[in-house]
Design a protein around this ligand. Structure first.
Ligand code: FES
Ligand code: FES
Length: 159
């Protein structure tokens, strides 16, 4: 059975006719061509499929699109401000916090949600926020450094 849905993704409304069993991850990638959100375990264990729903991190492999109708979905394609990188993206690029990059979209969005709620998190708070986002390549140190650098720059830009 198919259902027509209208999702607000990165401030644009997208309509699609999709099988009811399709996950948000599948709809984003296959129906809306937003392939920045990555497939990982599809079991809710790796965090690579993370998107934001009303600003909160959600594992899109476990979410159904119908549950997110009328809510604000942000994928990695919506993190930058036009051609201007988000401070997190800038810091990740500068510090080499992404290697293969497969985990990076989910980590960036999770970190963005953290910095919205806690603009100056401690290292421990960053670690806890990112605990559900697994990376196979890095030792996590550069990821944590990059989140802290972005937080510092965002704080400076506010004052
Ligand atoms: S793909 Fe969703 S948590 Fe791993
Ligand atoms: S950079 Fe490769 S999985 Fe994290």
């Amino acid at each position: 059975m198919k259902v027509r849905i209208a999702l607000t993704v990165n401030d644009e409304v997208h309509e699609a006719l999709v099988p009811v069993h399709k996950t948000l991850l599948e709809v984003l990638r296959e129906d809306l061509a937003l392939t920045g959100t990555k497939h990982g375990c599809e079991l809710g264990e790796c965090g690579t499929c993370t998107v934001l729903v009303d600003g909160q991190p959600v594992l899109s492999c476990l979410a159904l699109p119908l549950e997110t109708e009328g809510r604000r979905i942000t994928t990695i394609e919506g993190l930058a401000d036009g051609a201007r990188l988000h401070p997190l993206q800038q810091a990740f690029a500068e510090l080499g916090a992404a290697q293969c990059g497969y985990c990076t979209p989910g980590i960036l969005l999770t970190a963005a949600a953290l910095l919205s709620e806690r603009p100056s998190p401690t290292r421990q708070e960053v670690k806890e926020a990112l605990a559900g986002n697994l990376c196979r390549c890095t030792g996590y140190t550069k990821i944590l450094d990059a989140v802290e650098l972005a937080a510092l720059r965002m704080e400076r830009a506010r004052t």
